[in-house]
Design a protein around this ligand. Structure first.
Ligand code: SF4
Ligand code: SF4
Length: 679
């Protein structure tokens, strides 16, 4: 079939126009991204090597999508992605072969090319059809809650399912139009191939099995009819190019830029604001969207609106206003508008975040929700707009060095009768045992602190405490947004570490653990930091302590977010309880874990937040919206009569929920279980 010169010219012209429309729209958005702070000025630019590595891992291998929860539609997404990419590359090769002097479509390569395109075309179409039905089905209910209720058959969760919220997956007309457009492209592509085979049959057409079979169902296609089908397919390709930046499927392009250029900073480390930046900008944190980095702004446009972040969010899961997908959309909408980010998100949602990082961990385009929320909080706090119990906590931290406001001398109260070595007495030690505010103040957490000290003594570990010289790490202050109070605490504690030449630290608090390990490096502290579960697991492995071995199904372990997800440690606490699991290397630990523990549905890095992080511990919580109640419901649904924790914050939050839910269930720290096993 011959396409005439004028037809070709028209085709080129329309292709150029549709591409120009696409480029214009992307340029408009790029103009907004460029209003942001230069990513390099924040020390977050990626090197070419890092860029290529991220491109390979997250774009080619689709690591985030592959490792998201099994029912989140990951296979569907992979079918659409790999199908689309193959068709795109195949069409580009065809265009080069057809319109350039370089003719390479021949021989075995060509047969493989044809088969591959046909197979992947089918994969693509099936993926799009799956997406259609999934979107319709997900419209009914908030699936994860329903899923939990079904799997656990627990009445408490059944109640949640009854109150289930609308699905976080987008249900807009645009979403269905996008899928319809993709389906039209896939189906008309096959129709075009079948029409071509019907028009001119070639001996190797069997290598296009779908097109070949389809052509057998068609009457002879004349040159004129073929041209109509050809133009029909081309029309939808032009529509696709011209509307791509308006559709969510723009993430096909922007997602690549977002994941490849994402900062390599750990998700547990917040950016340290230098004083010079405050002097230069005359503000703290982010007031308007333009105060974010250029990469941050680009990443907002890359959002696929898949809703994975919202599915994972503990605040949304108990009916709060916070919806991380909406946070992204709201900040995106405020770009260039002059509306303050905190208002765009809403103050209510801004303060509901626990900084558990479930959203960040699951986001396929690596949007940093927590960084953006904390940056907005920093600005609000700097303008004196924080009041209530959270503001009281900040004042207490500043005046006493303890988030609960207890005097420094009280940090030694728990030591009475235990003969705890103190750094100031000049004792030699290998480990500084960092107790933390909760560990020195809260009665339950003090139980953990004593158990850890007794175990270290029993195992012959040379350790010492700072006692009254220890002060809050500043973690709650930093995550609430009081950056410079955090910096003061970090500088103060770092100089104490220097004074006693501290090199190794062990702590029973995952929040202190994260801050000392991830964030104190910016303040000159060079420390090897272990969570108590890690040191105790090492001592068990060396035979210095006996593992606690609860009976099968007796104990349910609750993974703390700041240990399991943010710092990737889920095996050590289980090793303390005598389990040899490999959850650390399992990004989606939903299957059988080889553990005798009564494992809840959310475990390992996919754990469910207790609601304490991000300063939420010190904020009012409506009784019907406590993340801890949901978590306890899930833990008790396992049938275990003991809930084990490895974090004083989790302990405080879960305690009230456990007491309210079941009188015969015990809440203990793994250190207490280990101490009892070694009594
Ligand atoms: S922010 Fe990430 S996880 Fe959330 S909807 Fe957008 S792409 Fe999905
Ligand atoms: S960090 Fe946790 S609480 Fe905050 S938005 Fe993300 S998932 Fe929700």
């Amino acid at each position: 079939m011959h396409i005439s010169g004028p037809e070709k010219a028209l085709f080129y012209l329309l292709t150029a126009i549709s591409l120009a429309i696409m480029a214009y729209q992307i340029a408009q958005r790029a103009r907004l991204w460029m209003t942001g702070r230069p990513t390099e000025s924040r020390g977050e630019a990626t090197t070419p090597n890092q860029w290529v590595r991220s491109f390979w891992t997250y774009v080619i291998e689709q690591k985030k999508v592959r490792t998201s929860r099994k029912r989140s539609g990951a296979p569907m997404h992979l079918m659409i992605f790999y199908g689309f990419v193959t068709l795109f590359i195949g069409t580009t090769l065809l265009a080069i072969n057809t319109y350039s002097p370089w003719k390479f479509h021949k021989g075995t390569y060509y047969l493989v090319y044809e088969v591959t395109l046909d197979v992947m075309g089918v994969v693509f179409i099936l993926g799009v059809i799956w997406a259609f039905f999934r979107r319709i089905r997900m419209g009914a209910y908030y699936a994860p809650v329903v899923e939990l209720a079904r799997e656990s058959q627990d009445p408490a969760l059944g109640k949640q399912a009854a109150q289930a919220r609308r699905a976080p997956l987008s249900q807009g007309v645009g979403d269905y139009l996008t899928l319809a457009l993709l389906l039209i492209l896939g189906v008309t592509g096959f129709l075009l191939e079948a029409a071509r085979i019907s028009n001119i049959t070639r001996p190797w057409d069997w290598a296009s099995p779908v097109g070949f079979l389809l052509s057998q169902t068609m009457p002879y296609v004349s040159d004129g009819d073929y041209k109509i089908i050809w133009w029909f397919h081309a029309f939808w390709v032009f529509v696709f190019f011209a509307t791509l930046p308006q559709m969510r499927i723009r993430h096909i392009v922007l997602g690549i830029l977002s994941v490849s250029g994402a900062p390599k900073r750990s998700i547990g480390k917040l950016r340290t604001i230098p004083m010079e930046e405050v002097e230069q900008t005359e503000q703290v944190g982010v007031k308007l969207a333009k105060d974010y980095s250029r990469w941050n702004l680009l990443s907002l446009d890359a959002c696929m609106e898949c809703g994975r972040c919202t599915e994972a969010c503990p605040a949304w899961g108990v009916g709060k206003a916070l919806n991380p997908k909406q946070v992204v959309q709201d900040i995106r909408a405020s770009m260039g508008s002059g509306e303050a980010v905190a208002l765009a998100i809403s103050h209510e949602a801004l303060w509901q975040c626990t900084t558990c990082s479930a959203c960040v961990d699951t986001c396929p385009v690596q949007i940093r929700h927590v960084d953006m929320i904390v940056d907005a909080r920093r600005n609000v706090v700097s303008e004196g707009e924080l009041s209530g119990s959270a503001a009281t906590m900040l004042r207490q931290t500043s005046s006493t060095g303890n988030a609960w406001g207890a005097p420094a001398s009280s940090r030694e109260d728990w030591m009475k009768g235990l003969d705890i070595p103190l750094c100031r007495d000049g004792v030699e030690f290998d480990y500084l045992f960092w107790v933390g505010c909760a560990g020195a103040t809260d009665p339950g957490a003090i139980g953990t602190t004593k158990a850890v000290a007794q175990l270290l003594k029993k195992a012959g570990v040379k350790f010492a405490c700072l006692g009254s010289e220890e002060a809050c790490t500043g973690d709650p202050a930093r995550r609430i947004g009081e950056e410079f109070l955090f910096q003061e605490q970090a500088a103060k504690n770092s100089s104490v570490f220097e004074k006693y030449s501290v090199r190794k630290v062990v702590t029973a608090c995952p929040h202190c653990f994260n801050t000392l390990k991830q964030e104190y490096g910016d303040f000159g502290a060079s420390l090897e930091v272990l969570h108590h579960s890690q040191l105790l697991a090492n001592l068990v492995a060396k035979g210095d302590l006996l593992a606690a071995k609860p009976g099968r199904g007796e104990v349910a372990f609750h993974d703390p977010c700041y240990l399991a997800r943010i710092n990737g440690e889920s095996d050590a606490p289980r090793a303390v309880l005598g389990q040899s699991t490999r959850l650390n290397s399992d990004p989606d630990p939903t299957g059988a874990s080889g553990s005798d523990l009564a494992e809840p549905l959310h475990r390992g890095r996919k754990t469910l937040c207790c609601g304490a992080g991000g300063g939420r511990m010190w904020m009012e919580e409506p009784p019907s919206q406590r993340p801890a109640d949901r978590r306890v419901g899930e833990l008790l649904a396992t049938g275990a009569k003991t809930v084990a924790v490895a974090c004083p914050f989790c302990r405080i939050m879960l305690d009230a929920s456990v007491k309210a839910a079941a009188e015969d269930v015990k809440l203990v720290d793994i250190a207490e279980m280990l101490r009892d096993a070694n009594a």
